[in-house]
Design a protein around this ligand. Structure first.
Ligand SMILES: [Zn+2]
Length: 165
């Protein structure tokens, strides 16, 4: 492994509790592991209905809106941008729910709950076949069991139960 700044060969430096971390002596810089980040969002309207989408050509199960974080973007900005791009909806609130590591793509999926006052979709025809609102109890059956979207919707249903909605 080489330093991405000066090209010197990296050594390992023992850091308390972190273990051995690649280190460049010339730049005095530690190279912590880089993590790929994406967000996945449960978008709901004021009636607690959940937005599920079908990506182009994948009609068997429905999914939640998700996307990779762009460079210099925050997770919350990504949630707002992806929802606007994919279904043309402006959100008024965005709260963290949970995160899941997705091994197949080596990405950490960060789950959010996003809220909107809008109901009409303006979908991106290049990416989506459709988008619709579903009552929470109906939504869960349309998502592949065991997927990250499923886990998030399950968690959201528990939140509603606790709040007695
Ligand atoms: Zn260096």
């Amino acid at each position: 492994m080489y330093c991405t700044i000066c090209g010197s060969m990296l050594e390992f430096k023992s850091i308390d509790k972190e273990g051995d971390i690649p280190f460049c002596r010339d730049c005095n810089k530690l190279f912590f592991p880089k993590v790929n980040l994406a967000m996945i969002a449960i978008l709901t309207n004021m009636k607690n209905q959940i937005c599920l989408i079908n990506q182009k050509g994948s009609n068997e199960y429905k999914v939640l809106i998700a996307g990779y974080i762009k460079s210099r973007e925050t997770l919350e900005e990504c949630v707002k941008r992806e929802i606007l791009e994919e279904v043309g909806i402006d959100i008024i609130q965005c709260d963290y729910l949970n995160s899941h590591y997705y091994e197949k793509s080596d990405v950490l999926m960060v789950g959010y709950h996003a809220l909107t006052k809008q109901y009409d979709f303006k979908i991106d025809d290049n990416e989506l076949d459709n988008a619709n609102w579903y009552d929470p109890s109906d939504a869960i059956g349309r998502i592949r069991e065991g997927s990250i979207a499923y886990l998030l919707v399950e968690q959201y249903l528990n939140v509603l139960k606790i709040k007695n909605v």
